[in-house]
Design a protein around this ligand. Structure first.
Ligand code: ADP
Length: 327
């Protein structure tokens, strides 16, 4: 029997942070290791054109992200790890999807609204049509299960609609997609805990997997935990949730209890959290540094992944072209 197809992507916009890890990458590794799925994981460099990276940054980030994904546990022998732009069929299918998607649906996307306020001098068309390219990324491989963070759920609803609009017009071809969320689908920024942690926020907002323990401690020491009104503030909630994931149950229960009784000292919580996160990623940091010593090998892995992906993408596109009546 054919194994269900899992697909997900990540932008080469910076180093992996704990939000990417908790919301997506940790799940990718678990799905790979379950050996019940055919997994495709894609570094979506075309998506990163919607923001303002320089060409050199895009190039370097792509290779270092490949190293980080492998260091975090992805095994290119078990899955297909590739770069989006190396498989041009992605943009071809995106054009076709452009022509079945009502533009009003794109204006509804909250990420478009958010990003338009964040980069108001560069509201390019790609920012608006990004979810269409994302639908193409997934459906090109017949993706059924998509492990992502909470921020992507609305886009996946749109992917489902796009498949339906295409199928209604040209014949039943694309499957229905389903998001797979983790227990922590949304990690918040350290400095602005009402916003999600994102590579584009950078600096003190994020904890990178590659951060040295000293740097994690410094960043966490500045994390906002102030309460606006009663109850646990979003920043404190975020730190406790991270402690639950990275620390022992005992440690978590101890701080949770203190939070409830109002005796918690956030300085202590931050120190403990920095310690457990630093330890958790110590093997990752070692492996990442080793992998980055051999960029030729990393490129070979990505080239091989692109070949495997393209074989599937080409088959899909030749079927899609027939369905829409061009060849
Ligand atoms: P970023 O916003 O950091 O650039 P991407 O857009 O490249 O991240 O997303 C890569 C994956 O990581 C997606 O599945 C996304 O949903 C997930 N993700 C990103 N930020 C977070 C977060 N703060 N919490 C949980 N998951 C996240």
């Amino acid at each position: 029997m054919l194994k269900p197809i899992v697909l997900s992507g990540i932008q080469p916009t910076g180093n992996l942070h704990i939000g990417n890890y908790m919301g997506a990458v940790q799940n990718w590794v678990a799905l790979q290791n379950a050996e019940k799925y055919q997994c495709y994981f894609c570094i979506v460099d075309y998506h990163s054109l919607t923001s303002e990276l320089t060409p050199a940054e895009r190039k370097n980030n792509t290779l270092s992200l490949a190293a980080e994904l492998i260091a975090a546990g992805l095994d290119p022998k078990k899955i297909t790890l590739f770069v989006q732009s190396q498989v041009p069929e992605h943009t071809e299918l995106a054009w076709i999807f452009n022509c079945v998607t009502p533009v009003a649906e794109l204006y509804r996307m909250t990420q478009f609204k958010d990003k338009s306020t964040r980069q108001e001098k560069n509201i390019n068309t790609g920012l608006l049509t990004y979810p269409i390219l994302q639908a193409a990324d997934i459906l090109l491989y017949g993706g059924q299960l998509v492990p992502v963070g909470q921020d992507q759920v609305q886009h996946l609803e749109l992917t489902k609609d796009i498949a339906r609009w295409f199928n209604n017009r040209f014949g039943n071809y694309f499957p229905e997609v389903k998001p797979l969320l983790t227990e922590i689908p949304k990690v918040m920024s350290l400095l602005e805990p009402t916003k999600k942690m994102s590579k584009s926020l950078g600096g003190g907002h994020i904890v990178e997997l590659a951060d040295e323990p000293k740097s994690i401690e410094k960043k966490l020491s500045k994390a906002v935990t102030a309460t606006a009104g009663g109850g646990t503030a979003p920043g404190a909630q975020n730190l406790l949730m991270l402690l639950k994931q990275f620390g022992t149950t005992e440690l978590y229960t101890q701080f949770l209890q203190q939070e409830k009784t109002g005796t918690i000292r956030y300085g202590d919580l931050k120190k403990e959290l920095a310690r457990v996160i630093g330890n958790y990623f110590s093997d990752f940091r070692k492996r990442r540094a080793e992998l980055l010593l051999n960029t030729t090998e990393l490129q070979n892995i990505l080239d091989h992944g692109a070949q495997k992906a393209q074989a599937v993408a080409q088959k899909t596109m030749s079927e899609v072209r027939k369905l829409i009546g061009i060849r």
